[in-house]
Design a protein around this ligand. Sequence first.
Ligand code: ATP
Length: 804
Amino acid sequence: MIDAKDWDQERKRLKRVTDQLRSRIGELEPEVSGLHDQVSELRKRFWEEVTVNTSTQEDFEETFYSIKQQDALLSERERSHRQRKQHWKNLNRLLPSPYFGRIDFQEAGQSADEQVYIGVSSFADTDGLSFLIYDWRTPIASLYYDHSPGAAAYETPGGTVEGRMKLKRQYQIRSGQLQHVFDTSLTIGDELLQQVLGKGADAQMKSIVATIQKEQNAIIRNDSSRMLIVQGAAGSGKTSAALQRVAYLLYTHRERLRADQIVLFSPNPMFNSYVSTVLPELGEENMQQTTFQEYLEYGLGAAWRLEDPFDQIEYTLTAESEPEYEARLSGIRYKASEAYRDAIQGYAQWLGGEGMQFSGIRFRGRDLIGAGEIYSQFYSYDASIRLPNRIVLLQEWLLRSLDLLERKEQEAAWVQDELDYLDTDQYAAAYSELLGKYQREQPVFDFTAEYIEAYGDFQGEERGEENVFDYAEQEEELLRRMIVKKQFKPLRRKVKRLKFVDVKGLYAQLFGEEAAYRKMTGGAEAPEHWPEICRQTRNKLDGGELFHEDATPLLYLKELVEGVRTNTEVRHVFVDEGQDYSQFQYEFLKRLFPRARMTVLGDFGQAIFAHSTNLHAADSPLIRLYGEAETSLYHLDRSYRSTREIVEFTKALLPGGERILPFERSGGMPLLTKTGGGGQRVARIAADLAKLEAEGLAAIAVITKTAAESREAYEELMAQGCGELRLVTKATLTFEKGIVVIPAYLAKGIEFDAVLIYDASAEVYGRESERKLFYTACTRAMHRLLIYTTGEWTPYIQGIGPDK
Ligand SMILES: Nc1ncnc2c1ncn2[C@@H]1O[C@H](COP(=O)(O)OP(=O)(O)OP(=O)(O)O)[C@@H](O)[C@H]1O
């Protein structure tokens, strides 16, 4: 704490700043609302102000420019309105707690110190020259995060600024009142951090700008790497760093970067809602959020039923006793591997010479253009032309062939039949449709002049009069064309959408004899259980379904053949829980967003999928993605989420002695409870839930291994009289406080005041492969961790905790 004189000065300064903020808000208020009225008024009068006259070329031009002028005026007013409104909002956001930090910095060569107060947004004095508050993202504010008092330096676009930091101070200000002031000589005040971390969980993540740690700041402000990888322990602030990084980027590149040019890939849809308030809290718009599954669904289209990653993990966790289990697991691992990626690339090369699969163009139950004919045409093109380019040539050829066939088809008997069945109304409708078409697309008909004349005669006359039927022949031809054209339209659409490429057949072809596989892929070795893998994969494909592990490789193959889709708008891609993505998926993201930088955050200790990627090992495929020179790798070892006791306990769950440091915050020891059978465990859990709630803990999770176990836990706890439970499933979209029952894999990335592990018996968590899932579950706890069993404890905790 500081002395009374300093306190008084700080209090007075706070009052001065708050008064200025208030008065600026007051000044802006009428302007902000006035501007809004002006803009809406202008919008309303938009067409009144422009004279629309298109009779002559001159009039037309005048109208055009008058519209343009009005439009520019409106845009300018709107832009200015947006900016002022944003400024006004920022000031309002500052008002309850204008700043959280201060540094006094004396730049080398200068005699005076500068007092730099830091808050969530900048605020300048009325003269506009001196800053009363600096935005936390300004270059000078990085001093606050990176240095203790003493020699210090910060980077600016113009170079490094060196000097001495004389003072570093932290504030807690609530509702405009100074509550605490701490001077600190260490990294950012443990006191403040202690207070922040000691609080209960929220239904939504909070911003951490007041207490960003030095190593987090480095991640947030890294502006040079193409690929930034963060391997961080559970609770070390990876997601937090990612979100503040988005805010930093949006601020630093505000002239060029929009929020919708940043995409965050999240582990599940509920996570989206969990993190959605951080950026608005910082005065920024949210970036785009999606899941990889959404991308796959978009890329593969509605033709497939895709298994999602959660069903896949449920299978790996529950189907151990099924006979095909080992083969499926081997398939999951193989299909996510670089070896398989290479095999698919080899396969695409082989397809350059033979083996393409096409679907014939079928019409009224017959092959209009057979698959064989398409195949021959495809391989008639020069073999040096890339596959996607040959597909384009083929597409053009097919469209031309359809033109010819369409003309021929007009003479077919079925067309005559359709004509005979057209009744009077249909004739009339067809007529006006034809006319409408003519007016829209002049080149469609080649004898339109006569047709228009015919139509002119037709108007006002009764059908059947002589002059109309002078054109009967032409009319019939037009109608024939129209009938056939209508029927050919879907064929054309299919060709345009490359539906003649039999992607399913192409993928299925891989899953046959081992020798054939080797030949087609240029020598790839088939994995263990290959025949069974083939059987399973083909079975699924036959039913129009795809295993989750097949979706990415299939899309990869499809794009090798048909050409790659890219999004050149996006500048930054963030991948949270990055260990859960396979090499394939990273390849995709790289190709899909060729102009984007990538930030991948993850924890190999929480790698719960069979296809997980190690983010940081020397041979990590992720480092190879853009190459070492363009990649920065960061480690976050300190865990902020959980108490020291919980961190010590969970750390011991991981083999290999990971380096995980607890933040010094104490709480109770994890509580391990062994009960007798016959419902005693559930009764005990119900009683503990009631106690925890009575203690005031607001976010509590009963974490299970699988969805089935969650349902069981939910029902049993309800039967015990726990009224306010919420069962979370993969379909749950929002995260809410209260007591939830949730499978471990859906609790990823989220935290709770208290976590109760529903069943930690050796029976449930017996396999080595599930150790990380158990670790993930336990590390969701901030303040309390309670673990239950009726039988023998899971081997992961034997020897760690007391057996109660
Ligand atoms: N510098 C910080 N100041 C205050 N709180 C922090 C800081 N860093 C992290 N935290 C808090 O620690 C908790 C964990 O952070 P976060 O969820 O970002 O970690 P994570 O590494 O993504 O965790 P996990 O991998 O387990 O999902 C959050 O409550 C976050 O607010």
